[in-house]
Structure formats: structure tokens, C-alpha cells
Write a protein that binds this ligand. Structure first.
Ligand code: FES
Ligand SMILES: [Fe+2]
Length: 375
């Protein structure tokens, strides 16, 4: 395995967050205002929008939106309600038939793909009616790395936001990869417990014996140890090529990865919605969505270079099974933590030196919660 410097930043003196952070409705709402309405949220892959359907309804933070390519091909996001009497416009059943325009199913007000109101039956009789001020309401949307990102109140562009890991997006050619498989989970745990769990391998020898054989838990280091994007590499054991049940490649090594990148798996958390796991031969993403204080939905997608998937050697099953097993092991301990932390008598304990990234996640979370709550 690779020689990595041991995790440099100690978690010494740091304690976990209090139970109310995973149970309180007030804190949940405060997170909406301070974090989820201001950060870039991953809304899916570009390929999910195009070409199979002309527009795509999505739910983000319990808000209904739809994605569409405008007349010049640019991806845009609109709130999914009509400016007449609020009918939802785009649904799973009508999205593929919207064609060149968005027509409301209720009274047929019709919008262009850029969101302009182009037709409103009988409204011409009203001299006071101003169609220009009744276009669809747009939400900020950008594409980076083949992902569609939404931000309700952006303070910077998504490329500025993701700059700390931009080189990784380039090295793994993430824009060009394609989804080959998807796993979806309902997890009975607060979103932060899922982030915290992904941020440490203190639990790996106990919870993930198979993972620990492929990447022994002491072989991790941190590239990013402060801020909203955290993580770094874990060295593969000599006998492992990648993360899969048999330790063998699922596809071909990706592009121009250097020797270190070919012998490591890089794990990053992008707060508050995404994990990025970069393997020598594939990229795994976890998209985490808050449902309520004690429930989350996790969508896990496997991305491979399109030419790899056409080769006879392509064998993703062992990788998919490996991560399905590992995910379920993780969700189980996250759910146990949710239940234990929900006890009113719960008092946080100290972090171990192997939990420095969890402590960094907490610091960033608490900073954002307090700095930007707007109250
Ligand atoms: S609610 Fe959409 S046209 Fe009336
Ligand atoms: Fe784990």
C-alpha cells in the first residue's frame, strides 16, 4: 500500500455535537436558512436531463423545481408552479411531452423554455395585464463536472465553490463519465450523521471488515481538512486494484491518473449534499437529501467512462455489491447513532485522533449555522 503521512490535524479536545442537532425542528429550519438556501446543492447528472426527456421535475429541499434546456441549450431551473393560480406545471407523467414550451395543465398559460409567458388565453381583454411580469420564477443553476447544481442564493459561482477539488474533477474526467448503476436508500438518520460517518474510518475495522482489507484504516490522509469540502486519499492494499468484493478492477483505469492516484481511493465530502469517491477505475457519488430531522434519502451512483462500459472486461457487479454492502453497514450505525443521540440524557463524547475530519465538519457546520442564519 502507499505510504501516507498519518492524519496531521488532531481532533484533540473536540467533542461531538449535542443531540438537539439531530432532533430539533428549530435547528432543522435554521439549517434551511443558513446552509441549504445558500450553498450549491447537487441536483443530479446532466445526462439525466438530456437527451431522454426535454425537462425534468426535481424536488430539492422539499421545493418543487424543474430543469430544462432553453432555446440555446443552456440548462436552467425554474420553480414548478404556474404564475396564474399556482398549478404545478411539470410532472413525471407530462415532462416528456412538454416539447418546445411549458403549458400549464389547468388554464393553458404557456411559457417559453426561457421562462417567458408567451400565451395566456383571454387575458388580452384585460388592459392591465402585463405578461412580462408573469414569467416563471428562476433559480440559479450551473453545470460543473457533468453535475447540475442549484443554489437559491448564490454568493459565488459553482466553479469557485468547487475550486479546492477542481483538479480531481479534471484528472478523473468526471464530466465525461456516465451513470451505469444507481442504488437508493432511505436512512433513518439526520443528514449530518451520514456526513460524519463518511468522514472517518475509525469504525472501518469493526463495521467494514471487507473494506478494511482493501484499504486498511491507518492508510488515510487529508488533503482538505478545513471548510465545506473535506477529505483525501486512502491507500489500497497491495492485493487490491479497486474497491470491489474481489478487489479487482470493475473497468479500466481512468485516463491519465498518476501512480499515486492509481493506488488510492479519494474520499471527499461536499457539504451539504454530496460525497465523491474517486477510484482508479470508477467514480462513486452519494447524493444526500434531508427529509426531516431524523430521515434522509441517499442516492448512490456509479460513474464509468463510456468506452469502458462497452468492453468485454467491464464487470461492475463486484463493485456494486461491495458498495451496497458497505452502504448498508454504514446506514445501520448511522441509525443507531440517531436513536442514541435522541435520548434526552445524551452527552457528546470526545473525538479520537482518527476523527479529525469529523471535528472539521462540525466546525464548518456550526460556523455556517451561526454566521448566516439571518436571524
Ligand atoms: S393555474 Fe396555470 S393557467 Fe391557471
Ligand atoms: Fe463506513
Amino acid at each position: 500500500m502507499n505510504e501516507f503521512t498519518p492524519t496531521p490535524r488532531s481532533a484533540r479536545g473536540a467533542y461531538g455535537i449535542a443531540g438537539e442537532y439531530v432532533t430539533s425542528e428549530v435547528i432543522y429550519q435554521k439549517e434551511s436558512a443558513s446552509i441549504f438556501s445558500r450553498r450549491w446543492l447537487c441536483a443530479g447528472r446532466l445526462e439525466e436531463l438530456d437527451p431522454k426527456s426535454s425537462c425534468l421535475p426535481i424536488s430539492l429541499e422539499n421545493q418543487s423545481l424543474f430543469l430544462i434546456r432553453d432555446e440555446s441549450g443552456i440548462v436552467r431551473a425554474f420553480r414548478n408552479f404556474c404564475r396564474h393560480r399556482g398549478s404545478q406545471l411539470v410532472t413525471e407523467t407530462n415532462c416528456s411531452s412538454m416539447g418546445k414550451r411549458i403549458q400549464c395543465p389547468y388554464h393553458a398559460w404557456t411559457y417559453s423554455r426561457s421562462g417567458d409567458l408567451t400565451s395566456a388565453p383571454n387575458m388580452a381583454d384585460d388592459d392591465n395585464f402585463d405578461a412580462k411580469s408573469h414569467g416563471l420564477m428562476e433559480v440559479c443553476c450551473e453545470v460543473f463536472g457533468g453535475f447540475i447544481w442549484i443554489n437559491f442564493h448564490p454568493e459565488e459561482s459553482v466553479s469557485q465553490w468547487l475550486q479546492p477539488i477542481a483538479q480531481h474533477f479534471q484528472d478523473w474526467q468526471i464530466s465525461d463519465l456516465r451513470i451505469t448503476h444507481e442504488l437508493v436508500y432511505d436512512v433513518q438518520a439526520n443528514w449530518k450523521l451520514i456526513f460524519q460517518n463518511y468522514s472517518e474510518c475509525y469504525h472501518c475495522p469493526i463495521v467494514h471488515p471487507m473494506l478494511n482489507r482493501l484499504t486498511p484504516y491507518q492508510g488515510s490522509s487529508n488533503e482538505l481538512d478545513e471548510g465545506p469540502i473535506l477529505g483525501g486519499p486512502m491507500g489500497l492494499a497491495e492485493s487490491s486494484q479497486t474497491m470491489s468484493c474481489d478487489g479487482k478492477f470493475a473497468g479500466q483505469p481512468i485516463g491519465n491518473l498518476n501512480p499515486d492516484q492509481l493506488r488510492s481511493v479519494y474520499y471527499f465530502t461536499i457539504c451539504p449534499t454530496m460525497f465523491l469517491s474517486l477510484h482508479p477505475d470508477y467514480v462513486l457519488i452519494h447524493r444526500v437529501e434531508r427529509i426531516d430531522t431524523g430521515n434522509s434519502k441517499v442516492t448512490c451512483q456509479f460513474l464509468f467512462p463510456p468506452d469502458t462500459t462497452e468492453q468485454q472486461t467491464f464487470a461492475p457487479d463486484q463493485a456494486i455489491e461491495f458498495w451496497d454492502i458497505t452502504n448498508r453497514q454504514d446506514w445501520e450505525v448511522c441509525e443507531l447513532a440517531q436513536r442514541g443521540m435522541s435520548d434526552p440524557a445524551y452527552l457528546p463524547g470526545p473525538y479520537s485522533p482518527l476523527e479529525s475530519v469529523v471535528a472539521a465538519f462540525d466546525r464548518n457546520y456550526l460556523l455556517e449555522l451561526d454566521l448566516k442564519s439571518g436571524d
